[in-house]
Design a protein around this ligand. Structure first.
Ligand code: CO8
Length: 264
């Protein structure tokens, strides 16, 4: 554990997995400036990330992943302050989304507003049975500000995103999966963190270079047009053939044995 018990963002390694825990359970892990600072620091923490196969983000306590941006802090902002706070949150979430390894959200309760937006910045989202997603900003008289309108549209489509943003309604775990906000609901007998660690281990057994290039290509698909995306995919496919992992992966298949990847 690299952070003190009082830190609002805790970081630790669990084997080959980097774990980041938003730690303000008394405020349902609401995002204030200190949390954004801690999250950004985690994204450039070389000791945390060295050789990691994935990064997991979760929330402390039994109730919340992140219940949004801190409403008490936001209530004090003027328009310039609001623009700066939105820009700060967007920059930190961009940094998280751009990490070279897969980022998994282990959603252990409320993921509302900025919390839903945090999950949208993650590659994969697992939901505990008590997970609740939503963009309730309209109930507060504001729009989402940490990328919600843009990433939500890209993840679940324009009309579904519009309905969630227009109504601010809460979405429970099963519906979140149906909408595409989460990959699956974790069974009650397993914690969502354990499920995320198992998913990370599954990814970690694959060729590390190929996994990173897959992330790059998949993420490019949401920004690039199809032609540019296919050109990128072609280049990355060719790049794989300069790696030891490709030679090992294909040799192992042909020799009917398990591959031993080195990430080179
Ligand atoms: N900000 C600050 N404090 C919060 C937040 C929050 N988002 N959510 C919960 N808390 C605090 C509560 O005030 C309470 O504190 P205290 O015990 O000191 O009174 C504590 O957490 C526990 O919360 P509740 O007592 O309300 O717990 P309940 O189980 O009754 O309710 C809910 C849980 C339904 C999650 C409820 O807390 C709630 O509705 N929270 C607010 C959810 C919300 O509206 N989130 C969106 C915020 S807006 C946003 O995220 C915009 C992001 C982009 C910003 C762009 C910048 C300009």
């Amino acid at each position: 554990m690299s952070s003190s018990a009082e830190a609002v963002v805790l970081t630790e390694r669990r084997g080959a997995v980097a774990l980041v825990t938003i730690n303000r359970p008394g405020a349902l892990n609401a995002l204030n400036a200190a949390v954004l600072d801690g999250l950004e620091a985690a994204c450039s923490d070389s000791a945390l990330l060295a050789g990691a196969v994935a990064l997991i983000v979760t929330g402390a306590g039994p109730k919340a992943f992140v219940a949004g941006a801190d409403i008490a802090a936001m209530s004090q902002l003027d328009a310039d302050g609001a623009r700066a706070f939105a820009a700060r949150g967007q920059a930190v979430f961009d940094k998280l989304a751009a990490l070279p390894v897969p980022v998994i959200a282990a959603v252990n309760g409320f993921a509302l507003g900025g919390g839903c937006e945090l999950s949208l910045a993650c590659d994969l989202v697992l939901a505990a049975p008590n997970a609740v997603f939503g963009q309730p900003e309209v109930k507060l008289g504001v729009v989402p500000g940490f990328g919600g309108t843009q990433r939500l549209v890209r993840r679940i489509g324009t009309m579904k995103a519009a309905e969630l943003c227009f109504t601010g309604r809460n979405v429970k775990a099963d519906e979140a999966v149906a909408l595409g906000l989460a990959l699956r609901v974790v069974p009650a007998e397993q914690t969502v963190l354990d499920a995320a660690l198992a998913l990370a281990a599954q990814i970690g057994a694959m060729g590390p270079v190929a996994v990173r290039l897959c992330k790059q290509a998949v993420n490019a698909a949401t920004d690039a047009d199809l032609r540019a995306g296919l050109l990128l995919e072609r280049d990355l496919f060719a790049l794989c053939f300069t790696t030891a992992d490709q030679k090992e992966g294909m040799a192992a298949f042909l020799e009917k044995r398990a591959a031993t990847f080195t990430g080179a």
